[in-house]
Ligand binder design. Structure first.
Ligand SMILES: [Zn+2]
Ligand SMILES: [Zn+2]
Length: 105
């Protein structure tokens, strides 16, 4: 198993028909969104889970969900990593490239 999998939140979400229709209607030539997405935040993060659904130019459409609800929201990139601006938790070390080992803990 890769290190990235150990750090990644294990939550998953299944998009409903309306959400799939929303993504299908976006003006992008990217491949269709998968109906099941995995959270891209770090394991143990606070707040809603989040998975990138689709990107249209500078706008990223993220699916965010809790145990009771899910929604799709537009974001811009986080300046520190490949997640959305304002995400909870760390700037994903697994996605941001090589980092030095955490010193003292
Ligand atoms: Zn999560
Ligand atoms: Zn970040």
């Amino acid at each position: 198993m890769e290190r990235a999998d150990l750090l990644r939140c294990p939550a998953r979400v299944t998009l409903d028909a309306a959400q799939m229709a929303f993504f299908d209607g976006l003006p992008t030539e990217a491949p269709s969104v998968q109906s099941e997405l995995g959270c891209e935040l770090e394991r143990g993060h606070e707040g809603s889970h989040a998975a990138l659904g689709q990107q249209v130019e500078a706008t990223m459409w993220w699916v965010q969900w809790t145990l009771s609800a899910s929604e799709i929201n537009p974001y811009t990139w986080c300046p520190g990593c490949s997640l959305f601006d304002g995400h909870s938790g760390d700037h994903s070390p697994a996605l941001a490239g090589p980092t030095s080992p955490a010193a003292g803990d």
